[in-house]
Structures are given as C-alpha cells and as structure tokens.
Design a protein around this ligand. Structure first.
Ligand code: G6P
Length: 610
C-alpha cells in the first residue's frame, strides 16, 4: 500500500502542495518518498529513503519548479527502501515520470524483455517497467494519454498510476484494482489514492473506476475507458460528489477509528497478499520441507495465526509444526533445536523484542529462520534467512486485524505449496485449495457487509457482562483465542479463549445462568463434538452465541444468538472469515463501554521490551 498524488495547477508552484498532500497520505506508507515536476520541457525529481519531512529538510522539495507534478509515499513491496527504489521512476531519456501504487505481477517478464531491447533499469521495483514501456509507446504515439493506454493491457496485477512527460501540458492517471480518486478544484485538478491528499484544495471528487484513464490539464479532467486493444473511448462528463468529511475523518476513510477502517480493508489486504509470487512461496515451502522439525515462533495475535496454521500444515501438508510463544522460546526450544530445525517467525511489525530475542537464540543454535512480516526492512528481516511479506499495508490501530488475516493467508498458501512437495496434495487438489483460498476476499467482503450491524447489536446485548468464554475445536481454537484476546485488549472485559473440549476440565465451573459463551463452530469434522460442548454449557444456563455456517440448522436452533457465515467458506481456511465477527464484537464492545479502540490502555503496536 503506497500513496500517490498528481496535480495540475492553473498557476503557482505545485511542489509545496504535493509535499503537503504526501504528508496526509503518509499513513499509507512512509519508508521513502519523492516528487517529480515538469517545467519548460524538463523533468525535475527529488526522492529518497526516509520520512517526507526528513527528506524535505535535506533536499527541499518545495524548490522543484512547475505547475504539474506527481508524488509518492512508499510502502516497499519489491525492493527495500532506498533512493533508487523510491518513486517517481523515469525512462531512459528522462522524458517520462511515473508513480504507482499496486503490484505488477508480470514485471519480471516485462523487465527482461525491456532489458533485451536495450533499456537500462535502475531499481528493483516492479513500477520501473512502466516509464520504459511508455517511452517505447511514445515513439509511435503523440499524445501521452494514448501512449499510456497502449501499454496498459499488458500489465497484470493492480495499479493506480500517475504519469507526466516533458510535453508539460497534461498529467495522465489510470487505475485497476488500486484506489484512485480525482479532485476537481477551481485552481487545480488532482488525482490521489485517498481524499485527504486534496481535501484542503477541493471537496469535489470523482472515483476513477477500474479500467478508466483520466487526462488532467489546467482546463479540467477528461475521462476515458481503456479498450482491450489499448485504444481509448472517451466517457461523458460525470457529476462529482461533494465530500463532507473533516480531514481527520478523511484520514480514516470516513470511519470513526482506524481499527474499523482496517477491518473493512481486509478483503483488499487479502487479495494483495494472495498475489505473492508463486516462486517465492515455493522456495519457502522447499526450505521448510528440507528440515526435520518445523517450529513457529510469534507473539500476540501473530501467535494465534501460527496456532491456526498448525492445523493447515498438518491437514494440508501432512507436516507437524510446533508453535511456541516467543517469550517462552528461550526456556524450551533454544537448547533443544539445531540445524535440522526450521523456524517460521511471524510478526506484523518485525520489531517485537520477544520474537527477535527468541530468534537470536535459535540462530545461534543453527536453526534456519524464515520470517513472515508486514514491515519491509524491519529488524526481523535482518535476522532471517529468507522473508515473506504480507501485503496488509500500514496498520495503525494497535489491535492487529488485517495483518492477522494476511498472515493466515500467507501461511495457508505456504501449506498448500508444502502439501504439493510432500505429496499429500496432488496437483489438482492443490489447485482446488488455491481456488478456495482465492474466493475468500469476496466472502470476507460479504461477511463485512452483511454481519456488522448484527454483531453491533450482539455487543450491545452483552456489553454489561463481566466475563466471556470463547471456545472452538481444531483450527477454531485459534480463532476463539483471538476473539478472547481482542475483547480483552479493547473492551477491558475478562475473556478466556479455550479449546472447547478442554472447557469441561475447569472453566465450566465458572458458568452460571446468563454467562456468555461464544462458540466458533464451522461445519468441519469437529462439529459433532462441539455440539456436545454447547449442550454442556446450555444445561448450565449459559447464553450461547455461535458463529457457524448459515446452513447449520441444528446449531442455529440451539443458540441464543447466531452470526451466520457463508457455507462456501472452506473449513480449513475458516479462521480468515470467522475472526471478522469477533473483531467487530471487540470493537463495538469497546465503543459501547466508552473506550478508544485505536489506543487501548497499557498496550503498544510494537512491544520492544522483554
Ligand atoms: C503487541 C500488539 C499486538 C501484536 C503483538 C505481536 O502486543 O499490541 O497486536 O499481536 O504485539 O506483534 P508482532 O508485531 O510481533 O506481530
């Protein structure tokens, strides 16, 4: 997730305005940034690694001349944060500059053929292929908008781009699957990843749809539909809408809190994570397979992701995986594991000191370390032998939500690749599993759309309860534990996440009339046992809140409250969907109890003390 902005002013200097817009997009990424402007037939660029204000202090963005410019704030995906990898990227002749948000899946092939044709590419990014392709296209096409249109049909993946060239009359932007909005002002026209970028300049906005291209000049915006041939069909002018948000609301995408915004961003984050290159996952899976012992190490919500993935590894790949809380690792596995062990270290921040400390010990013992993190260049990446990046984008709410589902997606993909290597999955079966996994972003979208208000009501109904149980069996045990953690963290309510089968060995002693017990119960092979656990709780007059398939009539009948889930959600990947109602429950419980879900007391996003 990066932030892009493009602006064409009627008069004045565009660079200071772009710099301030980038500041308002910094929540989308902040490991490097850059601005390009065009003036009197020349492109000017300033870019570097680091935060916008620091770069500005060193390079003075505001000195860039011209009324047309583009800017970018980066959240690294391809290539570490560096000056060379920072956007804007240019072509060989310094005639075209491009900023991009998204992931170009076939960039490797495009890059190789560009190099074969004599182009010199300077960065490791996927984006850099774009200016070079446009450079070629401009040799046979006069207008920039046509040149951009011509190259886009060959781009696989997602993009929101803004392009300028030395002709200096127009700025072209286009979009496929990554967000891009137009801002229509009286003194300028803008395109940006999000409204806050241009909110101080204009409240009039238009959403650029997938497959559309816009050409911005000092006279206004002209919209086109991109044809599969690379041609353009001009669209009739569209009425802009007027945004009523304050700047603070706009930064949260109109949501009252980052956490709610991030819950809603999960389908997108998942889709991006499911785009991780197959070769990369295969390499990871092969490395895992080489080792006799597989052990996951993580903390907090990331630990719950590893707990769920144990079931995936076992059922899909036939490989047993240990999962150890990072802070316990030095006491139990440091001295017993050696070079026949591979450690899968999971951490959204890549900075949790418990996890880093554990990894240092395990590395000394000779273990191979494979990291899964959301943060490029974080400390964990320097300790690890190899790294996989989840594509959740920056997560600002302290409670992990979208990073959790992307960790699960990453681990699920890994388990399928591993399953193919171990022979537990035939190629056809693995393909079916991938198909199921790839359907989840849409299912998540429907869960978010259709279940939020129901869960909000549920939170209202139970908000006064002092204590909760969250129970699940098999893979749902991890989901239940995550549900309990979320409500503890945010609503400061006592909650225990427990394996449902184990609840009769102690926790049940606490149950009395009206005690709320949340069951996470997909229709998998544990369902017939969970039925018994529900009966045990019911006969002690507990209030039963169940998350189960909408087709599970028996469980629906037995429960006091039900959050029904799509039956097409695959059981082995169910935590990715079933956790969503639990995130909403914790969020709305916190709101109703008067607490801020974004900054829960005593907690931090990255815990850097042992
Ligand atoms: C903190 C955060 C949690 C997070 C945990 C592990 O406690 O509040 O949300 O799950 O750290 O963080 P990591 O960055 O290693 O995933």
């Amino acid at each position: 997730m990066c932030g892009i902005i493009g602006a064409v002013l009627v008069q004045g200097l565009v660079a200071p305005l772009i710099r301030q817009s980038l500041k308002r997009l910094e929540y989308r990424g902040y490991d490097s940034s850059g601005i390009a402007t065009v003036n009197a037939g020349r492109i000017y660029i300033k870019k570097d690694k680091g935060k916008i204000d620091d770069i500005h202090r060193r390079l003075n963005f505001d000195a860039l001349p011209g009324v047309i410019g583009i800017g970018h704030t980066r959240w690294a995906t391809h290539g570490p944060p560096s000056r060379q990898n920072a956007h804007p990227h240019i072509d060989c002749s310094n005639r075209i500059a491009v900023v991009h948000n998204g992931i170009i899946e076939n960039y490797q092939e495009l890059r190789e053929s560009l190099v074969d044709r004599g182009h010199i590419l300077l960065s490791e990014t996927d984006t850099e292929v774009l200016p070079h392709l446009i450079e070629e296209s401009l040799q046979t096409t006069k207008e920039l908008v046509q040149a951009v249109a011509k190259i886009l049909p060959q781009i696989e993946g997602s993009y929101a781009i803004a392009v300028l060239d030395t002709s200096g009359t127009a700025l072209v932007c286009a979009r496929k699957e990554s967000p891009l909005l137009l801002g229509l002002g009286t003194t300028g026209f803008y395109c940006a990843s999000d409204v806050p970028a241009f909110l101080p300049m204009t409240r009039k906005t238009l959403v650029l749809e997938d497959g559309e291209i816009a050409c911005l000049t000092a006279q206004g915006a002209v919209l086109y539909r991109l044809l599969s041939t690379g041609g353009l069909a001009q669209l009739p002018p569209r009425q802009p809408t007027t945004v009523q948000w304050t700047l603070d609301m706009a930064e949260k995408g109109g949501y009252p809190h980052f956490m709610l915004k991030e819950i809603h961003e999960q389908p997108r984050a998942l889709l991006d994570t499911l785009r991780i290159r197959k070769e990369k996952l295969q390499k990871f899976a092969e490395e895992i397979n080489k080792h006799q012992t597989v052990c996951a190490v993580a903390a907090g919500t990331s630990y719950h992701a590893t707990l769920a993935s144990r079931y995936m590894f076992s059922q899909i790949a036939g490989r047993f995986m240990h999962s150890v809380v990072a802070s316990e690792s030095p006491e139990i596995i440091d001295t017993s594991l050696g070079n026949d062990a591979v450690i899968i270290a999971v951490s959204q921040s890549g900075e949790t000191i418990d996890t880093l400390h554990a990894l240092k010990g395990l590395k000394r013992q000779g273990c191979t370390i494979l990291a899964i993190t959301n943060t490029v260049d974080s400390s964990i990446t320097r300790l690890a032998d190899d790294v996989l990046y989840t594509q959740a984008g920056p997560e600002i709410g302290v409670a992990a939500t979208k990073t959790f589902v992307t960790q699960l997606a990453c681990l699920a993909s890994l388990s399928i690749h591993l399953g193919e290597i171990t022979g537990k999955q035939k190629h056809r079966e693995a393909s079916e599993l991938f198909l199921k996994l790839n359907k989840i972003p849409d299912l998540l979208q429907s869960i978010i759309r259709n279940r939020e208000s129901l869960v909000k009501e549920t939170a209202q109904q139970y908000v006064a309860k002092p204590s909760f149980f969250f129970l699940g069996r098999g893979i749902s045990r991890a989901t239940a534990m995550e549900g309990a953690l979320k409500i503890k963290e945010l609503a400061y309510v006592h909650a225990e996440g427990y394996p449902a089968g184990e609840s009769k060995h102690g926790p049940i002693a606490l149950v009395e009339e009206g005690f709320p017990v949340v069951f996470v119960a997909p229709n998998d092979r544990t369902r017939r046992f969970i039925l018994g656990n529900i009966m045990e709780m019911k006969s002690r007059l507990a209030e039963i809140i169940t998350i189960c398939s909408s087709e599970d009539e028996r469980l629906i009948e037995l429960s006091d409250r039900v959050v029904a889930m799509p039956p097409t959600l695959s059981n082995i990947f169910s935590p990715i969907g079933y956790v969503v109602p639990l995130q909403f429950l914790a969020y709305y419980a916190a709101i109703q109890r008067g607490f801020s879900p974004d900054q829960p007391r005593n907690l931090a996003k990255a815990v850097t003390v042992l």
